[in-house]
Design a protein around this ligand. Structure first.
Ligand code: FDA
Length: 316
């Protein structure tokens, strides 16, 4: 059934494949500020500036070089190289010590979808990035994509953690399997980012209603906070942020033994408020040539952002 909300979402997702609109937005200097609310720019230098500003306001950062679903080995290599260069730039600027600014990787952008050997290619590319991160004194988190990749990504995580135990994972509370994955990954030294999940998943593998996804989030949160690892609580949901604080106190967690994470440009006042309470707050900053698809997906997730975007275009 096509509700107005679903129709709007589909229209926006349709626009995400419209190259003319992308070019128009890119050319219009008026929209730059608006785009930059959600995207850290195109080049490593752009994102360096954004990261420095966040660090200056007591927020740490994880940077995602945008590019997904690579079916071209050369593109996977160039994504890998972009990360290595980014880590060099960040390290030279003194931003990577103690993981202040780290990087987030999508294995699909590193070759995971390249046929039978895809996962091994992605692993080898990720190894190069992990070594560069280790040299820079920082960490890496593997983003989680749709459910057909969960096992493959957790296998890559397991392999990488043999050499770099600080490599972080992402688990999605909308998947039925995730409570068990939380138990498996709640051990000492692990870093787990818990999010609700952003892909359209079938009923056979995922909760469909917001209420069920939220309840699962709380169950997973409890497991992670009561475990011995380092939970990374990625949500903008005010109720879940509050519940996290209560559960963390119950589990006798120090404020520096877990962190909150939010996306660049979303609830920035809340990010600053949490940081001011002494909580650890990390901002996820995407950047790169492929910013347009990312922006449109955020708009589709929450069409209220579209109003903000169009108003900015009209008034700037
Ligand atoms: P949800 O979308 O249910 O919103 C709940 C409430 O939060 C809203 O009612 C509102 O109050 C507030 N809110 C949400 N969005 C807002 C906005 N734009 N402006 C103002 N208020 C807003 N997914 C994935 O599948 N794999 C991954 O690797 C990651 N990685 C990741 C990293 C980080 C740091 C974050 C924050 C998120 C992800 N995600 C992700 C995305 C995640 O799965 C999810 O799609 C979004 O975070 C949206 O879910 P929320 O938890 O914010 O709640």
């Amino acid at each position: 059934d096509l509700t107005p909300a679903l129709l709007l979402r589909q229209t926006i997702l349709g626009l995400s494949r419209n190259d003319q609109l992308r070019d128009a937005i890119e050319r219009a200097p008026i929209s730059r500020d608006v785009v930059h609310r959600f995207v850290g720019g195109v080049s490593a230098q752009d994102v360096l500036r954004v990261a420095s500003e966040l660090v200056d306001t007591r927020r740490s950062v994880t940077i995602d070089y945008l590019g997904e679903d690579t079916v071209d080995p050369a593109m996977a290599t160039s994504t890998r190289d972009a990360y290595v260069e980014l880590l060099r730039v960040l390290s030279e600027a003194g931003l990577t010590h103690d993981g202040t600014v780290e990087v987030s990787l999508k294995l699909s952008a590193l070759g995971q979808a390249l046929g039978r050997d895809g996962n091994t290619i992605a692993l080898e590319n990720a190894r190069v990035i992990c070594q560069a991160a280790a040299n820079a004194g920082t960490t890496v988190t593997l983003d989680m994509e749709d459910h057909t990749t969960t096992d493959k990504t957790l296998w890559v995580l397991h392999e990488l953690r043999q050499d770099w135990p600080w490599v972080g994972a992402v688990l999605q509370s909308y998947l039925y399997r995730t409570e068990q994955d939380c138990r498996d990954l709640a051990g000492a030294g692990s870093r787990v980012r818990l999010c609700k999940g952003t892909y359209k998943e079938p009923e056979s593998v995922a909760f469909q209603s917001k209420a069920d996804v939220d309840l699962s989030y709380v169950r997973c949160l409890k497991i992670l906070l009561e475990g011995e690892g380092y939970p990374m609580v990625a949500t903008h949901d005010p109720r879940l942020v509050e519940i996290t604080s209560v559960l963390a106190e119950k589990a006798r967690r120090d404020p520096d033994s877990f962190e909150f994470q939010m996306l660049l440009g979303i609830r920035p006042e809340e990010q600053l408020r949490l940081a001011a309470t002494g909580a650890r707050m990390r901002v996820y900053v995407p950047y790169g040539d492929e910013w347009y698809g990312y922006l449109m997906r955020r708009m589709a997730e929450r069409p209220a952002n579209l109003g903000f975007f169009l108003r900015g275009l009209a008034t700037k």
